[in-house]
Design a protein around this ligand. Structure first.
Ligand code: F6R
Length: 614
């Protein structure tokens, strides 16, 4: 949700900033801009509606010189995406520029107060208020830029990650954060800023994750200084990134989404590695081992997440109840945070988030902690806000996910949640040895089963042509694969803009059956499991009403191919881990339909990868 990049050093800033914006474009792509202080200490701000490549074209004939600058790629919150609302925003005197990710909740109050002091505004954004406030404080108090930024941030209510440059002090960038992520990269005589580490990794692997209410004062050729809003120096914890540049590139695939779908045999392997031990007889998650009492004595598990992560949570909730016998509830984080939920100190709250930055999930965690719960994170991005805010947790370790539609993170989350449920079950003695060994064997087979399932790609590509006409889709599944149906529908709608609904298959007859006609394709998830016969009846119900059915079945199924219109065969897989395998054809179907429709699958309209606003 908006990407920020900054550079100060000895190289030309512009190419570094543009490359960084491309890396961060997954966070928002409705407009982009850059502010540079040129060698004559003039501040040049260029911004335009559109993607980073539009900004590059716009800057083609402009003065882009300078060794200090900040840049931004936007996902609009306040004000439509246009040239004026694009960042950077700048002060009335044209000397100070700011980029911002987040939402300033009290911007209107601050704006009215500034207007009363004759301040004029160009844009509809909340961000312009911050730079005008900094300018106002600086001019009325005759103070330094650092003090003016501090003063402004004390008045601001909301979430922010900001970077500020001032052409009167071209040897400094100020960066600050509260609830929105910001990373500072420390190079050799140069310093970088990024909303995440992806724009930094080409230059240095030494980073500092800014904490809430911290302000980084980044001076040319000087050590990094970090203070809090009260001007008290903060501890600087330099960390070494474990990220490689190749993980951030498409590696020969036309889209990140396809690359990430095909990476899944390896990402699931990485996710499992080191966590199944003692000759495959035990699950070892340090996040659980370090806090055994919290799990042994847990009276309830509450899972909070958003979007795809919530779907993974629905599967996780069932697994936890199954293997641990602890009652589990799964909540949308955005609902949980405002519901005044009953949470006690014997609850374990599990927060699931790929990015580790989702604002609603972070707020849910804070609420759960205030009420005494033990909070466990299941995140992908190492060092993210959620990973740091939770009491303990497990990374899914699937590597950077750049395609906006989540794929490998979903399968990683489900795999980790399966291991988590088993690890808690081991501790509580609610899974017996043979159950555990069987479950472990099933998990270990996943990379190979996914590899096998990926062979469906060509067939799904051909099949997809048939469905580009569709305006609606229905996805049905039961048991562990009811959430798979929800996830399949979400994948399709977010990248192809085809309306799709996921339903528990048996619920269809309670309403959605009215939608069925020959125009509505139904995807039925029907692997061989305990509910197979029941799902066959659901398919019959669709067929009896003239609907067409695409069925995902287990290889060797002799019943469903007789009645379904199209059949996608997956290898035999145990029921409890089947969502991981089933999700592969669902991801490929959404991908190919979107491609056939000419959609931009990596950057679907209106979406952003990391939702750091409410
Ligand atoms: C869908 C998708 C979103 C995210 C949701 C939560 O493909 O990616 O629905 O799952 O925004 O994001 P995280 O997992 O980063 O908290």
């Amino acid at each position: 949700m908006c990407g920020i990049v900054g550079y100060i050093g000895r190289q030309e800033a512009y190419p570094i900033l543009i490359k960084g914006l491309h890396r961060l474009e997954y966070r928002g792509y409705d407009s982009a801009g850059v502010a540079l202080v040129n060698p004559d200490n003039v501040l040049n701000v260029y911004k335009t509606r559109g993607k980073v490549e539009d900004l590059e074209r716009f800057c083609d004939t402009k003065d882009v010189s300078g060794t200090v600058g900040i840049a931004h790629t936007r996902w609009a919150t306040h004000g439509e995406p246009n040239d004026i609302n694009a960042h950077p925003h700048f002060s009335t005197n044209g000397k100070i520029a700011i980029v911002h990710n987040g939402t300033i909740e009290n911007y209107n109050v601050l704006k009215q107060a500034l207007i009363e002091h004759d301040c004029e505004f160009r844009s509809e954004t909340d961000t312009e208020v911050v730079v005008k406030l900094i300018e106002y404080i600086q001019s009325t108090n005759d103070c330094s830029l650092v003090d003016a930024v501090r003063g402004a941030l004390k008045q601001v209510v909301g979430a922010y990650a900001i970077a500020v440059v001032d052409c009167e002090d071209p040897d400094m960038i100020i960066a600050a954060r509260k609830s929105s992520p910001l990373v500072v990269g420390i190079g050799d005589h140069e310093t970088f800023i990024g909303s995440d580490a992806s724009p930094i990794i080409d230059y240095t692997n030494q980073v500092v994750y800014l904490g809430d209410d911290e302000i980084a004062i980044i001076r040319r050729d000087a050590p990094l200084q970090v203070i809090n809003n009260d001007n008290i120096p903060a501890k600087i914890d330099v960390q070494t990134l474990e990220l490689s540049v190749s993980q951030l590139e498409k590696g020969g695939y036309p889209h990140f989404m396809l690359k990430e779908i095909f990476e899944q045999p390896n990402t699931i392997y990485d996710c499992i590695r080191g966590r199944i031990v003692n000759n495959d007889t035990e699950i070892k998650l340090s996040g659980v081992i370090d806090h055994p009492d919290r799990f042994i004595n847990a009276s309830r598990v509450v899972i909070v997440a958003c979007g795809t992560s919530w779907h993974a949570g629905l599967i996780g909730g069932r697994l936890i109840e199954n293997y641990t016998r602890i009652p589990a509830r799964v909540e949308y984080a955005s609902e949980f945070r405002y519901a005044n939920p009953v949470i006690t100190s014997s609850d374990v709250v599990i927060a699931i988030s790929q990015s580790g930055e989702t604002a609603d999930t972070l707020a849910a965690i804070k609420l759960a902690k205030e009420r005494g719960a033990f909070v466990y994170g299941v995140c992908n991005v190492v060092g993210s806000s959620i990973a740091r805010e939770t009491d303990s947790g497990t990374y899914i370790h699937v590597g950077p996910e750049i395609g906006v539609a989540s794929t490998k993170a979903f399968t990683g989350q489900v795999t980790v949640l399966t291991m988590l449920a088993l690890a808690i079950g081991q501790l509580r003695g609610t899974v017996n040895k043979s159950q555990l060994l069987e479950a472990i064997a099933n998990i270990k087979k996943l990379p190979e089963l996914i590899r096998e399932t990926l062979k469906l790609n060509d067939r799904i590509e051909k099949l997809s042509r048939t469905f580009t006409y569709a305006h609606n889709f229905l996805y049905l599944g039961r048991g562990y694969n009811y959430p798979s149906a929800l996830e399949g529908a979400l994948k399709l709608k977010e990248i192809s803009y085809i309306h799709a609904e996921g339903y528990p298959a048996a619920e269809m007859k309670h309403g959605p059956i009215a939608l069925i006609d020959k125009e509505l394709p139904t995807v039925v998830i029907a692997p061989n499991d305990d509910l197979h016969e029941k799902v066959i009846s659901n398919i019959q119900q669709v067929k009896a009403r003239g609907g067409s059915v695409i069925a995902i079945v287990t290889k060797g199924d002799t019943e469903i191919p007789k009645i379904a219109d199209y059949v996608l065969e997956i290898p035999p897989v145990a029921e409890s881990v089947s969502p991981v395998v089933v999700s592969v054809p669902l991801q490929l179907l959404a991908y190919h339909i979107a491609i056939m429709k000419g959609c931009d699958v990596d950057m679907p309209r209106n979406l952003a990868k990391s939702v750091t606003v409410e």
